[in-house]
Design a protein around this ligand. Structure first.
Ligand SMILES: O=C(O)[C@H](O)COP(=O)(O)O
Length: 229
């Protein structure tokens, strides 16, 4: 039975500071690194092993993956790095404090920006210091300027269909380390959730989410590792 484990990166510097992060490339904090190591130890203790890993191009996800694999003694595993697993792009909100933004624009507006299905955050101002379009890791790629969850899903699902799903179908046990919203996109797809239902789904940092799948890749059961018997 295909096994898929999804992990959101451990706590990042901007999770700690409560800042909109998106494609800005911050590192995990000490707590985030500890979450990742614990996830690796727990996966190993519960008998999980992987054949193929997938990760975004962002540092916090790569650090988390490496720490998990180090704890599992599996740093040798093949890893496919794909920009399509990056966090949703937070546009002009990138770098702003979430609580201060809510004070300025209201809780309701910030909820719409953070959790609505198809309303993207405002575009960045020209010359934004958080512009990553010329970062060489994205050379030749269609770097977005802002993204709704719907926009994020429009790149995550092709990544799923072209790379992750074929690996699972070929019998590989797969670990995906990515981000709150790229993983919400995958969860929406796997659990066949409505646009409304996904607004209520939150994915915590550093907690492996385990899916046991049928051969057609529909879920048989799903649970966070802490509850996986
Ligand atoms: O990019 C970010 O700021 C976070 O990783 C996810 O943010 P959210 O909880 O506002 O979707």
């Amino acid at each position: 039975m295909p096994t898929l484990v999804l992990v959101r990166h451990g706590q990042s510097a901007w999770n700690l500071e409560n800042r909109f992060t998106g494609w800005w490339d911050v590192s995990v904090t000490e707590q985030g690194a500890a979450e990742a190591r614990q996830a690796g130890r727990d996966l190993k203790a519960k008998g999980f092993a992987f054949d193929q890993c997938f990760v975004s191009l962002l540092t916090r996800a790569n650090q988390t993956l490496n720490l998990i694999l180090e704890e599992m003694g599996d740093l040798w595993l093949p890893v496919a790095k794909d920009w399509r697993l990056n966090e949703r792009h937070y546009g002009g909100l990138t770098g702003l404090n979430k609580a201060e933004t809510a004070e300025k624009h209201g809780e309701e507006q910030v909820f719409i920006w953070r959790r609505s299905f198809d309303v993207p955050p405002p575009l960045p101002e020209a010359g934004s210091r958080y512009d990553v379009t010329s970062d060489r890791r994205y050379a030749g790629l269609p770097v977005p300027h802002t993204e709704s969850l719907k926009d994020t899903i429009a790149r995550v699902i092709p990544c799923w269909s072209e790379t992750i799903a074929p690996a699972l179908r070929s019998g590989q046990r797969v670990l995906v380390v990515a981000h709150g919203n790229s993983l919400r996109g995958l969860v929406k797809h796997l659990d066949n959730l409505s646009d409304e239902a996904i607004t209520k789904v939150e994915i915590p940092t550093g907690q492996p989410l385990v899916y046991e799948l049928r051969d057609d890749l529909t879920p048989v059961r799903k649970a966070y590792l802490a509850d996986w018997a």
